[in-house]
Design a protein around this ligand. Sequence first.
Ligand SMILES: Nc1ncnc2c1ncn2[C@@H]1O[C@H](COP(=O)(O)OP(=O)(O)OP(=O)(O)O)[C@@H](O)[C@H]1O
Ligand SMILES: [Mg+2]
Length: 271
Amino acid sequence: MSLQPAASSAAPAHVLFEDVHMAFGGRTVLRGMSCEFPRGRISIILGGSGAGKTTILRLIGGLVRPQKGRIAVAGLDVTSASEADLYTVRDKLGMMFQGGALLDSLSIFDNLAFPLREHSKLSEAEIAKEVRDKLAAVGMSGVDHLLPGQLSGGMVKRAALARAIINRPEILLCDEPFSGLDPISVKRIEALLRHINRELDITILISSHHVPSTLRLADQVVLLVQGQAMVGSAQSLRTSPDPMIAEFLNEEVDHSRALDLGFEPERRPIL
Ligand SMILES: Nc1ncnc2c1ncn2[C@@H]1O[C@H](COP(=O)(O)OP(=O)(O)OP(=O)(O)O)[C@@H](O)[C@H]1O
Ligand SMILES: [Mg+2]
């Protein structure tokens, strides 16, 4: 099977893009993108630098609005939602940002406790239990007193993942969770994402350049090509006869190897 322009899936859509157009000034990023992200599955958005991967995650969170088209998140149209409705949607989302986006001056414990102190009515004792449970879930017990700057890159990613799921989201958005990690840390994050998906029943959307992990992890691959989505399984991507897809995969595999060796190209901050 080759990749399809917009396949529909057996599982119901948890996030739905319909004919979405998005431009920043004169720069068009999405040109009528349509795509379903199925509930309970891991979808990975692949595309070259500047293809619009981070933009898609920001559109889902209602951080930017498209010029045209509809985006439904857990049944709510975020393109026309009021700020109050967007707040309800964001409550259902966990976000793991590129680079971790942990607060440098707060300990790991306080970084994880922060969303709970802001958004829940839990007591400090209940918050402490939640934080320690989540740190244990990502294999980071005993580091809660450290500052983010005292952790390795892989540990920062794991702490960011723990923080992204602390509010028990329905949908987890991860921007480049594998960038800058060595192969062992990549596999560790993959295992955590799989665990979060299966055990906590959280729909996961990942933006990534990392082709090897995409082929291992994705239930569905969304390849961004010229502002539109090509949708298929990891297997269909691997065996696609489309020369453009094969070329993209080869280039990105080389890029992923470079990342695995520690050469990360300079990236813009996402927010
Ligand atoms: N707030 C903004 N203002 C202006 N241009 C923007 C803005 N956000 C994104 N863009 C532009 O939109 C395009 C897509 O950006 P985006 O960050 O979504 O790409 P990406 O696929 O995530 O790239 P990368 O792999 O480098 O992270 C880029 O050309 C970028 O310069
Ligand atoms: Mg990006």
